[in-house]
Structure formats: structure tokens, C-alpha cells
Design a protein around this ligand. Structure first.
Ligand SMILES: [Zn+2]
Length: 472
């Protein structure tokens, strides 16, 4: 924990705060300010969406991958294709090459996005399907990009969601479990837990632990070979399940993820992926929450953050905006909430906010992402509601590559849009990003907190020196 600030430190912070108020309506000066400000961690983003399209292009070019010269679709070098596909090496570097690259960047991100051609949520989520195979193929390259960007914008820690782990091990067919699960999920939690206990015992008997060990072994080798961690930077992973899959597929993936975190590995958290308003996601939402409840009894030390309330009025029926965040907190026991945008529509909104404040369950706020996907920004966004009700807030990117943004930009938007947030509030949000991270053991988290506090103190001194605000 931080030491109580000395009177000099308090005075320094106050002067920086005064300067901050002077520049807060100037987006360029805010950019200079937040670029240099140590920002702790980025706790919410997806690996394949955080790598920029230019990097994917480079990975394909370096490995002599494939490109469809008519559509700008791409493929890794291992497969064979016919015309109009060409190897990167066969393409002359001319204007046609440049325009293919631009078409590819538009496909990989929001670059030059044209709303009339495709809904923004569809465009956003489609990038994951299109890019994730290049992300796994060139993972070391992607990790280096994330690290370089983090270090250059004074981010010391990242928790990145790398998607789902799978194994060939399956549950027996014709058990009827899936049917019972779907039917029981809304009224009989005990019946759900009973089936899930059986499913887990069967998967463990059939050897899923070995699959987890193999995956972790590969991940560790890659992580250390790519020199991701050093004295300035640390990166950890989340594994997830896709909420659009069939119930027992979701459960299998969650079990693998819980097992991976339980090993004390580089994987420190579990999550759920895919649009929350999808047909299956909506139908099975409560069932998924019960899966987390069951797994958390068996793996009490495994933390998870859940995407919940990444919804807006009009995307679903109003009745479907009433319970997701409450269920993620109360039923599933989420340690953090991703997005939480639709909180004001929750039936138990007040009780929920009180619980989040009391249990210190932070909300991961993603301003650019919510603006692009949900069309929610400014006073429609609940960041101030959470803050006013003393729910810890963390600021994250979700996702820098797709949205062509960075963490600095998220703080600039926060400061510019919400003038009632003072410098001290924003500094606290930055400190929250380490405090509520899933870094372990506690001693390592402590070191990271001390590093951040020391870096913030140096930053404040630097601001005062640069702007000659030191009292002499
Ligand atoms: Zn997300």
C-alpha cells in the first residue's frame, strides 16, 4: 500500500492539479500531459484486437503469407491458394500494393469506417474472426508490439485476453445434460450444479489437465523467448469461453481456463467473449453465471472479470437490460465488470452500485469502444454514475488496434468529456489499475504499486519543472 503523502508531496499534487485544470479544455495539451503520465495498467483488451493492422501486414509480408488480390483477405503461409490469391513475395511494390494494404487495414480496424455499409458492432466483432488466426501465428511479434506501445506510453502492466483454449477431449454423447442445463438454468440452480459437477469430473478423468499443462508450457516458452517481462514491464493473460457456444462447450472452455489460472501460471484471469446481445448469449446468460458460481466454489482463488452490460437501449428489448450486471456480480461473483454500460437500466441498480462499492468490484471503462460499438458517450455514459457511487473505476482500451487508439487517448477523452473529474480522481483511477489487477503473488503486486507511485511522483515533479511551477 502507498505511504501517506508528506506535506511537500501533497503540495506538488495540488500544483499539478491546478495546472491540469488550466489545460483541460485543450486536447493537445491534454495529450502531452497524459502521454507522459504513468498510467499503471491496461486491464481490458483482447490480444488480437490490440495489434494494429500494419503489424499483421508486416507479419504476413515477412512470412510470405497469402493475399486475395480481389478482396484483400489474407492467409498465413501454410495453406495453398489459387488466383486471385498471391504470395506477398509475388506482389510488386506499387500503387496497387498500397491500395491493397489500405483495404486490408479497413478490414482489420475502424480505419475509414463507413457506417452505411455495415453496422459498427458487426464490423468490430468481425475483425476478431478475421485477425485472430494471424494473431496466433505471429504471437511473439504481436506481444512485442503491445509491450513497445505500453512502455512508450508509460504503461507498466497489461492483462490481455488471448481467447479460448480447447482440447480434443470431449464429454460423452447422449447424456441429456445439455437439455437439463438449459431447462434448469432459470429456476433450479442445484440441478445445474449437479450436472456441472458430473461434467467436470468426467473431463478431469479424461485428462483435461494434461491439455492445460501443454498449453501453459507453450505459452511460457513463447512469453520468455519474446522477452515480454522485464524491470519496466509485465504482461499477464486471461483465458475465456465464447458465450455464443453450446452450454457444455462453454463449460469445457471455462474449466480449462480455471485450471490454467489455478496452476499459478502466467494466466491470471478468466473471461467471457463474443457479443452479449447474440441469440445464444442472451438465452444462456444466467446459465453462464451459474457456471462461474459452480467453478468459483471449486477454485476459490481464481479471479475473473466478466463483460456485462455491454448493451444499450434499442439493441435488445428493455426487459433484457435489467439483470446482466447484477447477475455477474451477485450470481457469478465477478471480481471486475467489463463495460457495465447499461447499469442504469438494471432493476436493482442502486443495490448493485452499493455492492460494487462495498466489495470493491471495479468497472472497466472503455470510452472509445462504447462510442463505436454502442453509440454511447458523454452524459449517456455511466462513468460518472459509477464514480459518484464510489465504485472503483479503471480505464482501458478494448481495443487499441481495431479502434486505432491507445490508452493515452482514453484518458484524454475522460478528462475532456468529464470536467467534474479532478486530477486526484483520475490519478486514483490510474492507481486502481494496479490495485485491482489480478497480479499475483501479493508481493509482486505490491512492488508494482510502489513502482507506479514512485513514477507518479517523478511525473508530477517533472510537470512542475517544465512549467516552472515550483515555488522557490
Ligand atoms: Zn472486451
Amino acid at each position: 500500500m502507498a505511504l501517506t503523502p508528506t506535506p511537500e508531496e501533497k503540495d506538488t499534487s495540488r500544483r499539478v492539479s491546478d495546472y491540469f485544470e488550466q489545460i483541460r479544455h485543450d486536447p493537445l495539451l491534454l495529450t502531452v500531459f497524459f502521454s507522459a503520465m504513468p498510467k499503471g495498467g491496461d486491464l481490458h483488451h483482447h490480444f488480437s484486437g490490440s495489434v494494429y493492422g500494419e503489424t499483421y501486414w508486416q507479419i504476413l509480408s515477412d512470412s510470405n503469407g497469402w493475399i486475395n488480390t480481389a478482396t484483400a483477405e489474407v492467409d498465413t503461409p501454410g495453406t495453398e491458394h489459387l488466383a486471385p490469391w498471391k504470395r506477398f513475395g509475388e506482389l510488386p511494390r506499387n500503387a496497387r500494393f498500397d491500395s491493397l494494404k489500405q483495404a486490408f487495414l479497413r478490414m482489420a480496424s475502424v480505419k475509414d469506417y463507413e457506417e452505411s455499409l455495415r453496422p459498427s458492432d458487426e464490423h468490430f466483432f468481425a475483425t476478431f474472426t478475421k485477425m485472430s488466426f494471424i494473431a496466433s501465428f505471429g504471437m511473439a511479434h504481436g506481444l512485442r508490439e503491445l509491450k513497445e506501445r505500453a512502455v512508450s506510453e508509460h504503461v507498466q502492466y497489461i492483462e490481455t485476453q488471448v481467447g479460448q483454449l480447447d482440447t480434443a477431449i470431449r464429454l460423452p454423447e447422449n447424456t441429456g445434460w445439455e437439455k437439463i442445463l438449459t431447462a434448469a438454468s432459470l429456476k433450479d440452480s442445484l440441478a445445474v450444479f449437479e450436472i456441472l459437477d458430473k461434467a467436470r469430473a468426467t473431463l478431469l478423468e479424461r485428462g483435461v489437465s494434461g491439455a492445460v499443462d501443454n498449453f501453459l508450457h507453450r505459452l511460457e516458452r513463447l512469453h520468455y523467448q519474446a522477452n515480454v517481462d522485464d524491470s519496466t514491464f509485465m504482461l499477464r493473460y486471461h483465458l475465456a469461453a465464447s458465450r455464443s457456444d453450446a452450454p457444455l462447450d462453454v463449460y469445457r472452455r471455462l474449466l480449462l481456463a480455471f485450471e490454467a489460472v489455478d496452476r499459478g501460471s502466467l494466466v491470471v484471469g478468466v473471461n467471457l467473449l463474443k457479443p452479449e446481445d447474440g441469440e445464444v448469449s442472451m438465452r444462456d446468460y444466467r446459465l453462464h453465471m451459474l457456471m462461474f458460481a459452480q467453478l468459483s466454489r471449486l477454485y476459490p482463488g481464481v479471479p475473473y472479470s466478466l463483460h456485462a452490460g455491454e448493451l444499450a437501449m434499442g439493441m435488445v428489448r428493455p426487459e433484457q437490460l435489467r439483470t446482466h450486471i447484477t447477475d455477474a456480480v451477485m450470481t457469478a461473483g465477478a471480481r471486475r465488470i467489463g463495460h457495465g454500460v447499461s447499469v442504469a437500466y438494471e432493476t436493482a441498480c442502486n443495490a448493485l452500485l452499493d455492492t460494487m462499492a462495498r466489495r470493491k468490484i471495479p468497472v472497466e471503462i472503455n470510452l472509445s469502444s462504447n462510442e463505436f460499438i454502442l453509440k454511447i458517450k458523454d452524459e449517456q455514459h455511466p462513468v460518472l454514475l459509477y464514480h459518484a457511487r464510489q465504485v472503483p473505476v479503471v480505464i482501458s482500451t478494448d481495443d487499441a488496434g481495431v479502434l486505432r487508439t491507445d490508452l493515452t487517448r482514453q484518458y484524454v477523452l475522460l478528462a475532456a468529456r468529464y470536467p467534474s473529474l479532478r486530477y486526484a480522481d483520475i490519478k486514483q483511477m490510474i492507481r486502481n489499475s494496479i490495485q485491482y489487477s489480478f497480479i499475483r503473488p501479493a508481493a509482486v503486486k505490491n512492488q508494482q504499486q510502489q513502482r507506479l507511485d514512485a513514477a507518479l511522483a517523478r511525473f508530477e515533479e517533472q510537470v512542475l519543472r517544465t512549467h516552472r511551477l515550483i515555488k522557490k
